[in-house]
Ligand binder design. Structure first.
Ligand code: DX5
Ligand code: ZN
Length: 215
């Protein structure tokens, strides 16, 4: 089944509770954490995840766009994240391994993310050990960018790896997802769709979520 994960990066942070309620028909809530180093932008961090956890029972899908994420796994687990996703480009392999082991110890679901430049094969050492692989279809850092169709091949390749090595792993796509691009990434093998502007830019976010589901 396709899961829809609205990205609160496109929400109004002065009315975050209201904007979370506006997407309550979705499956997951996608939370973009940016440190101004791994990506140029700075967004939100641990205290916001903690407040979201108190406010909502939605599954918190936390996308860490931060350098050396192993430093913050415990803090985000304490804050109540359900899944933590680290970028393979954000540390050397031993650091990524250590982050995944920390997630295991804390009982949070484990995700790895790939920038557009990173090849599908980069997931091979991890595919058996993770709950989710996130393919970025924009350069991470900002909402509202144009979908990169050249990532479709990568999505299809990773779908094959998942089917072969770890069929329970989710394949998430993030960046420029609207009903048209949703159809393309689902055809390529994605099963979990992040959408920021397509949901929060719509007059009726619940209808936008439904349109993505049916894409
Ligand atoms: C970008 C973030 C995305 C962003 C997607 O770095 O990871 O989650 O919010 O926004 P849209 O759906 O507008 O491309
Ligand atoms: Zn994201």
């Amino acid at each position: 089944m396709i899961r829809i994960a609205p990205s609160i990066l496109s929400a109004d942070f002065a009315h975050l509770g209201r904007d979370v309620e506006r997407v309550s028909t979705a499956d997951w809530l996608h939370v973009d954490v940016m440190d101004g180093m791994f990506v140029s932008n700075i967004s939100i961090g641990v205290p916001v995840v903690k407040s979201l956890r108190k406010f909502s029972e939605m599954f918190l899908d936390v996308h860490l766009m931060i350098e050396k994420p192993v430093r913050y796994i415990d803090a985000f687990a304490d804050a109540g994240a359900d899944l933590l996703c680290v970028h393979l480009e954000a540390d050397m392999p031993p650091g990524i391994r250590a982050a995944l082991e920390a997630m295991d110890r804390r009982g949070v679901k484990k995700g790895i993310a790939l920038r557009p430049i990173t090849a599908a094969q980069a997931v091979l050492p991890y595919v058996k050990d993770v709950d989710l692989i996130l393919v970025m279809t924009v350069e991470p850092g900002f909402g509202g960018q144009k979908f990169m169709a050249d990532q479709l091949e990568k999505i299809a390749a990773i779908r094959q790896y998942i089917d072969q090595y770890n069929p329970d792993c989710r394949l998430e796509v993030d960046g420029g997802i609207d009903p048209t691009t949703a159809r393309q990434v689902v055809a390529a093998g994605a099963d979990t769709l992040v959408a920021g502007s397509a949901v929060y830019g719509a007059a009726d976010p619940a209808a936008a979520i439904q349109a993505l589901r049916e894409a």
